[in-house]
Design a protein around this ligand. Sequence first.
Ligand code: NDP
Length: 240
Amino acid sequence: MKKLVVITGASSGFGKAMAIKFNKDGYPLLLIARRVEKLTELNLSNTLCKKVDVTDKKQFEDAVREAEAKYGKADLLINNAGVMLLGNLENQDASEWKQMLDVNVLGVLNGMQIVMNDMIARKCGTIINVASVAGVKPFGDHAAYCASKYGVVGLSEVARGELSAHNVRVMRICPGAVDTELLSHTSSDQIKAGYQEWKASTGVGSITVDDVASTIKFAYELPQGVNLREIQITDTRQDN
Ligand code: NDP
């Protein structure tokens, strides 16, 4: 049996595509999201589906331990759950900043701490954090989102160095714009319309969630002694 893969934010977008791809290849899975019905309706074999808010560390840890009791220790954690609430600093509600920092940064830190000590003890394991190109360069109306994703890039690189002596890999992937539910949670209709206009004017739209999922799976399946530290993946037509 292959080793346990934990995927957060598996109820839509990249996470759902990864769940289907890893399952097809025989990996036992722990799938995590708040909309647990979206996880169970995937109807995947050897898969535990848990309703977890990644900002709740105890809930997150309980789910991981339950999956490990069933399938063995987690060999891969994909910290993918995230929210993008675009807004202008002049008027964006502070609750949106907090939600992004809580989920996108603290949720990632929670996950890493939950799995890393066992990985260190076993001298084996991989953590892949989903950042963004908005974690390596700035975009308008993305201030708090950029803060969260620059945070993911920074913490991933620190952890990569710290875990390297233990043969544990930390990778981050920085995707560009890909069609998912992500934009739909932004509260400003004007910003959402502007984003769609930019995509239409550049022709961004070829890249799919499957492209991102395959790339993550490829990176994980490299030998444990090889670490693809950072991947930037965008539509060829994305100009920024
Ligand atoms: P989706 O909105 O389709 O998926 C986001 C996932 O995160 C959902 O499964 C959602 O599940 C989950 N999620 C959100 N908040 C929480 C929470 N508090 N606890 C647990 N799960 C949560 O977007 P994407 O697939 O696009 O996004 C996945 C990741 O990729 C995010 O980190 C995003 O920032 C990043 N990204 C996306 C890009 C894009 O253009 N699509 C580009 C660059 C990065 P539920 O609501 O059921 O809890």
